[in-house]
Each structure stands twice: as C-alpha cells, then as structure tokens.
Design a binder for this molecule. Structure first.
Ligand SMILES: Nc1ncnc2c1ncn2[C@@H]1O[C@H](COP(=O)(O)OP(=O)(O)O)[C@@H](O)[C@H]1O
Ligand SMILES: [Mg+2]
Length: 406
C-alpha cells in the first residue's frame, strides 16, 4: 500500500493545451479518492499519469517514497481495474483472475494460493469454474478486481468503471466497490463524471474544471461549503438554485422577497470586500419547505415568501415544485456560462424546490414558501467565488489558499 502525492502536475498535449493544469493532490495511504468533473476536464489524463500511461509535462508524481515520473507502468506496482467487459469470455473465473500471474510466469502453486485468497475476499469461491458470461454484473466486477488483487498492487485505479451499466446495476456496483475498498483498505483513485458516485464512494473528492483543481474536500464539505459557483452547481441533484441577489447588511433581496442571513455569513461577505451590485444567491432545493409544514421551532430560522407555482411533481415521499423568475443580464450570462462549464442543460431561471410529500401545493397556486436562510450562499457573479464560504469547513480551495504558481 502507498500514499500518492501529486505536486503541481501539468500535462500539455501536442497542441500545447494544458489538459491538466498545476494540480496538486495528496492521497493518503488507504484513502478512497474521487476525481470528478464534466467530460474533458482532465480526469483520465491525470489518472493515466499516475499509472504511467501518459508522460508528465511538469510536476512531481510521488508514490510511496518514490518519484515515479520516469518509471515505466510495470515498475509502479499499480493496478488499473478495467470495466468488467475486459474479462476474457472463454476463460474461467479462476483463469481470469490468474491472468496477470500467468503473464508474469508465476509458478502454479503460487498462482493457486493467490487466486484462492482473492476469491475468498471477493466471495467468488463457488464461481471459480464458471465463465464470466454466466455471472451477474456485480460478480464480473469482482472478478475484474480479483485480477488487480492477485498482483498485490499498492494502488487501485478506476476510470469510470460503471458508466456503461444501467441505473440499477450501477447502484449495486457502487455499493460493492465501496464495501470492497473498505475491506481491502487499498489506496484507490476513482474517476467519474457522476456526482452521485463522487458523493457516495469517496473519502474525499477532487473537483476538476478544464484541467484545474477547484476544491478538494469530503462530500459533506463540498455539499455544504462549495468554494465557487462551479462546485456548487456540480455537486447535488437536483442542483442548487441560483438567484440574483442584492445585499444590505444581513438583508438579502431575492426575486421573491427579502430574507435575513445569519450575521456570520453577512460578516464573511463584508470581509470579502463586496460593497454593492448584484450577487448570485445559491439555495439548494431542500432548503425550501411548504410554510404550513414547518415546525414552529424551525420556523424562526428561516424566511417566508409568496410565489406562484408553475409546475408540481408529487412523488409520494416528496414534492418538487417549479417557480419561474426573472434575472438581470449579468446574472443570466454568468449562469449560461456555468451551464456550458457543467455540460448541463437545466434551465436556470426557474426555482426548483423540494417540499415534503404532505404538501398540498398545486399548480397555479400562490403558495407560501419557507426558506432556511441559514444555508444561503452568496457568489460573486464575475469570479464565481463563494463570498460566504466558511473556509475552515471547506477542505482545500486552491484559488483561495494556494500561492499562485510562477
Ligand atoms: N491524446 C490526446 N491528445 C490531445 N489531446 C488530448 C488527448 N487526450 C485527451 N486530450 C484532451 O485533454 C483534455 C482532457 O481529456 P481527458 O483527460 O480525457 O478528460 P476526461 O477524462 O475528464 O473526460 C480534453 O480536452 C481532451 O480533448
Ligand atoms: Mg475520461
């Protein structure tokens, strides 16, 4: 097992475009680290530089106590766990797992001992003589992992292993991988563009945008303290709502009315140097509630407003309601850019709110909505920076903390 330290890693392809731009990430021994971001943000490139399949333009890649920049992949002792379809259909499970050992010319007795140890860990004992085609998706994924385990690799690397599976199987496999990683305790780097996988699998998550690290934090930190608009919009489903806001002290004027934010957040905003102009307020769907359903003890920590509900989706345990709003051009431009960055297609000038399933709100209603104003973040529309960030609980936000590199 080993820790990985990526220091100021840059990758420029032939055209000079930095696919990975000055990224520094430390993965602790035994940690499950996720690299996440939209397609093209450099995730696979970074992973391939860890494995040694791609040259590193500049920076240091340290694995264990060795600088591996110039080591061939086979000398790095890492295992790339490929998708389950990379199994050999004509070989038994046993021989599929044994494959890397056979290639390396390992003697039969050692092969047998290692395959059986791996199969025990992976609960594949009764399947060893079967062919991959007869196994469930989850079992096949375990065989693929078995192949990595027998090599006694220091690190497991996954590149979007679940992206070709249907939603149900993806859910099962996610649980499977998380369980195995916990049991094996092997340092793991896992690439995905799926924020749900990022949130559920990893100890920590590195969010990338166009080759640049945006934030490195636990799922909870990312969710509660996103460092900028990009992270705020990327993490969470349905995504955070973004609304135009003007602020006076602790009074925040939104399209629906004025809410009062906690004095600590107002102070953070004042300390950020913001004086005037339109900001972008970020409020997650579940921070809203049907005002008639809010418990009295909670009511006072929020604000209420009246709004005309356009569409209602009742799902039994919860209700989604949609409320259109107007935004000034400087805000819509920034939100359209954000949509392009996120590879998304959601319409940002409607509020999506998540109410209790008991809500009787109907389409066309003028509804009384409560919002938990303690949880509102305010972003600078020009830079995207979160001006109300509690930096002590946000993991690492390189744009705020790291010295600019030369
Ligand atoms: N072999 C290559 N030659 C030139 N450009 C590449 C090559 N591989 C990837 N890129 C570019 O580098 C960027 C990052 O790609 P990649 O690491 O595959 O992103 P991701 O895995 O996040 O989708 C993209 O702009 C992509 O077009
Ligand atoms: Mg990729």
């Amino acid at each position: 097992m080993a820790a990985i330290s990526m220091r100021n890693i840059v990758k420029k392809y032939g055209d000079g475009f930095p696919a990975v731009n000055d990224v520094s990430i430390d993965v602790a021994d035994g940690e499950f680290m996720i690299l996440v971001g939209p397609s093209g943000c450099g995730k696979s490139t970074l992973l391939r530089m860890i494995v040694g399949l791609e040259d590193i333009t500049s920076g240091d890649m340290i694995i264990g106590d060795r600088r591996v920049n110039d080591l061939a992949p086979r000398d790095r002792n890492l295992a790339m766990v490929f998708q389950n379809y990379a199994l050999y259909p004509h070989l038994t499970v046993y021989e599929n797992i044994a494959f890397p050992l056979r290639l390396a010319g390992v003697d039969n007795a050692t092969v047998d001992q290692k395959v059986r140890a791996a199969s025990k860990t992976l609960e594949l004992d009764e399947h060893l003589q079967r062919k991959p085609g007869n196994l469930s998706g989850g079992q096949r994924q375990r065989v693929a992992m078995g192949r990595a385990i027998v090599r006694d690799a220091d690190v497991f690397l996954f590149d979007e292993p679940l992206s070709n599976l249907d939603a149900k199987l993806r859910g099962q496999m996610r649980t499977e991988i998380a369980r195995l990683q916990k049991r094996l305790g092997i340092t793991t780097v896992y690439v995905t563009h799926d924020q749900t996988e990022a949130m559920t699998l990893g100890h920590r998550v590195a969010v990338l945008k166009r080759g640049v690290l945006q934030q490195l934090a636990t799922p909870r930190e990312l969710y509660e303290q996103p460092g900028n608009l990009f992270v705020a919009g990327f993490i969470g489903s349905p995504p955070m709502n973004f609304l135009p806001a003007t602020v006076d002290g602790d009074q925040v004027q939104l399209p629906f009315g004025t809410v009062k934010i906690p004095s600590e957040r107002a102070r953070l905003l004042a300390d950020s140097g913001h004086r005037e102009g339109v900001l972008i307020a970020g409020i997650r769907p579940e921070y809203f509630e049907d005002a008639s359903l809010v418990e009295p003890a909670k009511y006072g920590s929020g604000s209420t407003f009246d709004a005309k509900v356009d569409v209602v989706e009742w799902l039994g345990n919860e209700t989604y309601a949609y409320i259109p709003f107007e935004a000034p051009p400087e805000v819509t431009e920034q939100l359209e850019q954000l949509e392009r960055d996120l590879d998304g297609d959601s319409m940002r000038t409607q509020l999506v709110i998540n109410l209790d399933g008991a809500s009787k709100v109907e389409e066309g209603d003028q509804a009384k909505i409560w919002v938990d104003s303690r949880k509102i973040h305010l972003f600078d529309p020009a830079t995207g920076r979160n001006l109300t960030l509690d930096a002590a609980h946000a993991g690492r936000v390189p744009s705020l903390t790291d010295a600019p590199s030369a």
